[in-house]
Design a protein around this ligand. Structure first.
Ligand SMILES: *[C@@H]1O[C@H](CO)[C@@H](O)[C@H](O)[C@H]1NC(C)=O
Ligand SMILES: *[C@@H]1O[C@H](CO)[C@@H](O)[C@H](O)[C@H]1NC(C)=O
Ligand SMILES: *[C@@H]1O[C@H](CO)[C@@H](O)[C@H](O)[C@H]1NC(C)=O
Ligand SMILES: *[C@@H]1O[C@H](CO)[C@@H](O)[C@H](O)[C@H]1NC(C)=O
Ligand SMILES: *[C@@H]1O[C@H](CO)[C@@H](O)[C@H](O)[C@H]1NC(C)=O
Ligand SMILES: *[C@@H]1O[C@H](CO)[C@@H](O)[C@H](O)[C@H]1NC(C)=O
Length: 748
């Protein structure tokens, strides 16, 4: 962190201490739970890239939740921010089933929202519609269970933490964390409309701050801001929360380090470097040893685990056309900007790649875009003073999007269509280009691909006409083998916390789509609210929530058929249908009416999911080697010690990490010697420590590499690596746990 920012933050904190305490308005609770899925061999959700499978962890994924209730028996809402590509209908269904077993009717589809951060670096296989599980080779129970359990546990924690408290809201602009990746499509929107906005992306960040009513201490903060989780590219194989997960990690670490009860390490400043080196040289590696999951301190090292931690969450918004690769898109062969209308390079879309601010280092880009969101959030957090008061309320319905009658502005009527993808979908985006020679903006499909398409499913004449000008490449809404390829039934939901209204949308609204929806809903609320809403009401879009139905472009953007439009499933009037139906919910909320027709329930396809990726079969090692033994110990530099920024690493013999996900634990630890005891200092949830897993090509055995980039904040002293893992001899054996430690090394 920059010294100036730091001093500014300190100043604001001091200022806050002297502000008079506020009266608690609500019951509030927050929770957070590890949702990290299988870290080896599972295709990642987002880029639909067959080659992109997990091979380790950069940092862990989490579900973060808040609950706000008017009173113990008054209305309440639960909102979950999930480090995942998107929400999944089946996940939502199963979470609600578990919540109803625990709590009866307290938490249900009406008042629970589950929103995905849109990281493209999490394991896939947790979605029920065919299109979203093609590249993961079907449904992956281990991915699914990790996510469902984490959401359930985060809500349970928030529920158990409920106590009287206040909620503050603050907003501000963040201008350098997103650019429009389809600016030519944005230009199709009417000039008079565009003139009303300074930019072609929304820069507004909205933050909620939760403050305990008794202690007046902050317990959490949730923000909404639109930018894609594509700082990590389609080449990445490490599980990562991308820029939003990074921002959350930074925010929570910052809060923990500025509050008093965090672990403190004592520096060995009085000890000379040579004495440290001498001490380190006496501590040799310990080979693989059995350990039990409960007795080992190493499995659970996070300083702020448990029920009372601070939760900082970075939620997604109208993200459709917003890329975090803010330097723009360039051709990898010539280095020149790509074709403006098609984002291709002399006809080849695969050469056109967006660059993040850390280019060419995508981890650095993730860190920078994460830091920008984190620093803005800290600023909004420390200066938040508008307190939310008033009603907690919610409305939720399901819509069959296959054929909604839409009333257009000119009194004409139109219909939405069965789901379909256009050619521009296959072209991908500048964040992750597609394949097969398609380009964004393609309005024709050649004979070859038409034949392939018709072999799969020939779109009906009605569909082709309905989707026009989208050239139908995959008529997902008309494909049901072996089960539905796309959702027909999707939920929409409005949550209200006094002057804040959250719109839960089941997809990715483009910038202008989001603006139109927010503006229209706000007007409806004010017009029908009898003073309950006014111009100061905040309307926030929560993107990728409750289920996933891809993109929502404006009808004008739809004409150009870039990726976002080609992925707008239900035809040119998709957005108009959303606005129309959200307005009905808004009117019902503003007038205090009940929803009479809750719409058709979505199908539960869990019993017919196909799983083509097998679980790991169990494994053994060559004689004389135990799991947790090292293949390579530390390579100490000639100086005898490591400096800040150096990257010490070690390699352990290690079985597939899928035998146990070590949920709320860690595969990797950097321990520091403290008064002759090893104390965990960094784990696989820290940005600086990376756990990689792959198969040794010569012996066909698994290897775990632990790599630590010594952060500037590291304290001088003696350190070592520690690895934790689990194994099975055969698929039916019980799981056994092991650990191993490297030789000690010095940081100075
Ligand atoms: C992935 O790596 C390849 C090979 O280095 C490179 O050509 C390609 O542009 C990269 N893709 C992305 C999306 O960064
Ligand atoms: C992009 O397409 C628009 C029309 O859709 C056209 O007016 C414009 O000239 C094109 N721009 C470039 C750089 O090709
Ligand atoms: C949605 O509506 C279409 C058209 O009316 C109908 O064919 C289909 O069965 C409905 N889908 C579901 C899941 O109810
Ligand atoms: C649409 O119809 C309503 C009433 O049916 C009418 O008041 C309005 O003027 C019409 N608008 C247009 C643009 O024709
Ligand atoms: C509502 O607020 C916006 C900006 O916050 C302002 O531009 C607009 O003029 C206000 N409208 C009314 C009716 O006060
Ligand atoms: C095994 O080979 C693949 C492809 O040649 C390579 O990417 C991978 O890093 C190798 N694994 C190890 C452990 O050397």
């Amino acid at each position: 962190m920059y010294p100036k920012t730091f001093i500014f933050i300190l100043f604001i904190i001091l200022l806050n201490v002297f502000l008079s305490p506020t009266t608690a308005q609500y019951l509030i609770g927050v929770g957070s739970y590890d949702s990290t899925g299988p870290a080896a061999g599972v295709n990642m959700m987002g880029y639909a890239n067959l080659d992109q499978s997990t091979a380790g962890i950069h940092f862990r994924l989490r579900a973060r939740a808040f609950i706000i209730a008017e009173s113990l028996d008054g209305p309440r809402i639960a909102f979950v921010n999930l480090d995942a590509g998107m929400a999944s209908q089946l996940v939502t269904i199963k979470v609600l089933e578990r919540l109803s077993k625990r709590f009866g009717k307290l938490y249900n589809e009406d008042n629970v929202a589950i929103s995905g951060t849109h990281t493209h670096a999490g394991p896939g296989g947790y979605m029920q519609y065919v299109l979203y599980s093609v590249t993961s080779l079907g449904f992956i129970p281990q991915s699914f269970d990790a996510i469902v359990t984490a959401i359930e546990m985060s809500i349970l924690q928030a529920h158990q933490n409920l106590k009287s408290g206040s909620v503050f809201i603050n907003t501000g602009d963040l201008v350098n964390a997103g650019v429009n990746r389809s600016p030519s499509a944005y230009l199709f929107n009417p000039p008079t409309e565009r003139e009303r906005y300074p930019r072609d992306v929304d820069t507004l960040m909205t933050l909620l701050k939760f403050v305990d009513g008794t202690s007046q201490k902050s317990v959490g903060a949730f923000t909404w801001f639109a930018t894609h989780g594509t700082s990590m590219s389609s080449n990445n194989t490490l599980i990562s929360g991308d820029n939003k997960g990074a921002a959350a990690r930074f925010f929570e670490d910052w809060f923990t380090s500025t509050s008093t009860n965090s672990t403190t390490f004592y520096a060995q400043e009085n000890t000379s470097t040579s004495a440290l080196i001498k001490r380190a040289s006496t501590i040799k590696a310990t080979g693989g040893q059995p350990c039990s999951q409960t007795s080992s301190q190493g499995f659970k090292v996070r300083k702020n685990n448990g029920g009372s931690q601070f939760v900082g969450a970075f939620c997604q918004s109208n993200v459709g056309d917003v890329s975090p690769n803010v330097l723009g898109a360039f051709c990898t062969d010539t280095g020149l900007p790509c074709d403006f209308n098609h984002s291709s390079c002399h006809g080849n879309d695969q050469l056109c790649i967006g660059r993040g601010p850390g280019y060419p280092d995508e981890t650095k880009s993730t860190k920078i875009i994460g830091e920008r969101q984190f620093l803005k959030a800290v600023e909004l957090f420390t200066s938040a003073k508008e307190q939310l008061t008033g009603k907690i309320d919610y409305r939720h319905i399901y819509l069959n999007f296959t054929n909604i009658d839409v009333k257009l502005a000119d009194n004409q009527t139109a219909k939405t269509c069965p789901a379909a993808l256009g050619a521009g979908f296959a072209a991908g985006t500048t964040d992750g280009p597609g394949a097969f020679g398609f380009q964004q903006g393609d309005k024709k499909i050649n004979e070859f691909w038409k034949r392939v398409r018709d072999f799969l499913k020939k779109p009906s004449a009605y569909q082709v006409d309905c989707q026009n000008p989208k050239p139908v490449l995959v008529s997902t809404g008309e494909m049901f083998f072996p089960y539905a390829w796309a959702p027909a039934i999707v939920p929409i939901q409005i949550l209200r916390i006094g002057k804040l209204v959250i719109l839960s949308v089941p997809g990715e609204f483009t910038t202008m789509s989001g603006r139109r929806l927010r503006e229209s809903v706000k007007k409806t609320l004010i017009d029908n609210g009898n003073g309950g809403f006014d111009n100061n009401t905040h309307v926030v879009i929560a993107g990728l929530t409750n289920t996933y139905s891809q993109y929502i472009a404006t009808p004008e953007e739809y004409q150009q058929q870039r990726y976002e439009a080609a992925s707008t499933l239900y035809g040119p009037h998709t957005l108009s249908a959303y606005i129309q139906e959200f307005n009905k919910l808004a009117e019902s909320m503003a007038k205090g009416l009940k929803i009479v027709d809750k719409g058709p329930s979505p199908p539960d396809l869990s019993s017919i999911q196909l799983t083509l990726l097998p679980d790991p079969p169990g494994e053994s090692l060559p004689p004389g080697i135990k799991f947790g033994d090292m293949k390579h110990d530390i390579y100490t530099p000639k100086t005898g010690f490591f400096r800040k920024g150096d990257k010490p690493s070690v390699v352990f013999w290690s079985p597939n990490p899928r035998y146990d996900l070590l949920t709320e634990g860690t595969y990797a630890v950097v321990e520091m010697l403290q008064r002759e005891m090893w104390v965990p200092a960094y784990d696989d949830d820290d940005f600086s420590l990376i756990f990689k897993w792959n198969v040794d090509n010569s012996s066909n055995n698994g290897l775990a590499s632990l790599e630590w980039e010594v952060p500037n904040s590291a304290i001088n002293g003696v350190y070592r690596f520690r690895h934790f893992g689990s194994s099975k001899e055969t698929i039916v054996s019980t799981v056994k746990y092991f650990t191993g430690a490297s030789s000690a090394f010095t940081v100075s």
